[in-house]
Design a protein around this ligand. Sequence first.
Ligand SMILES: NC(=O)c1ccc[n+]([C@@H]2O[C@H](COP(=O)([O-])OP(=O)(O)OC[C@H]3O[C@@H](n4cnc5c(N)ncnc54)[C@H](OP(=O)(O)O)[C@@H]3O)[C@@H](O)[C@H]2O)c1
Length: 232
Amino acid sequence: MDLSHHTVAVTGASRGIGQAVVRALLERGARVVAGARDVSALEALPHPNLTAVSLDVTDPAAARAFGARAAELGASALINNAGVGVFKPTEEITLEDYRRVMDTNVLGTLLVTQALLPHFQARRDASVINVTSDVSDRTFAGGALYTASKFAQRALTRALAYEGQAYGLRVTEIRPGMVDTYFADTQQGEAHKHGWLRAEDIAQAVVYVLSQPPHLRVDELLLHPVQQEVTF
Ligand SMILES: NC(=O)c1ccc[n+]([C@@H]2O[C@H](COP(=O)([O-])OP(=O)(O)OC[C@H]3O[C@@H](n4cnc5c(N)ncnc54)[C@H](OP(=O)(O)O)[C@@H]3O)[C@@H](O)[C@H]2O)c1
């Protein structure tokens, strides 16, 4: 699938799902504006179509600068992927945990989206893809903080879909189940992750969404490894 007509801004691009998305987009001819705090990981992926930008999504000035750079390069799509997870029983959640998870997953999505919206409103053909989670509408023991952030990200996604319809914005929620990445301070390839989704599977979903013809909007994709228990 040729995506050479796209310039895509990707957050959380230094490893895991974000880095796989960057690679898949570049392979299909897209230009990519990739943001993360660890820019060295992005600079190790030299490519003429890749612009690496230092980005902490929780920092309003950094989010604005990232959006401005992406707009200047003609961004046609934004992938809000940056995210962190902390899993603890409710009584153990600290204020620091709360701020880290909510600021990254919720405030970060809001700030980066806001930074690009004036440009997207002017274009009238842009796409926003938010990588949330299969737990953006259900929870579990130890999941209070993370799922609260993902429920909130889902709400941001859906409100934007309503608002964006007035200016041709296509908004998609991609909801992965278990993916083998570095998420929540783990390593890729740990034995217990055998059979989980690969970061490349989520990158393929992003490519699928961005490859659709102009009349088609993908509202949501829910992706699970076959071995994960069926839950809706
Ligand atoms: N892995 C799973 O099982 C799974 C399942 C469902 C949904 N997800 C979601 O998928 C997304 C990507 O996670 P992943 O699995 O790829 O995890 P990962 O391997 O830990 O990668 C997370 C990425 O987010 C970036 N990031 C974290 N805090 C950031 C900040 N303040 N500003 C900018 N970038 C930041 C990291 O880059 P820097 O540290 O360099 O900034 C990194 O590139 C997250 O939203 C996560 O909630 C993951």
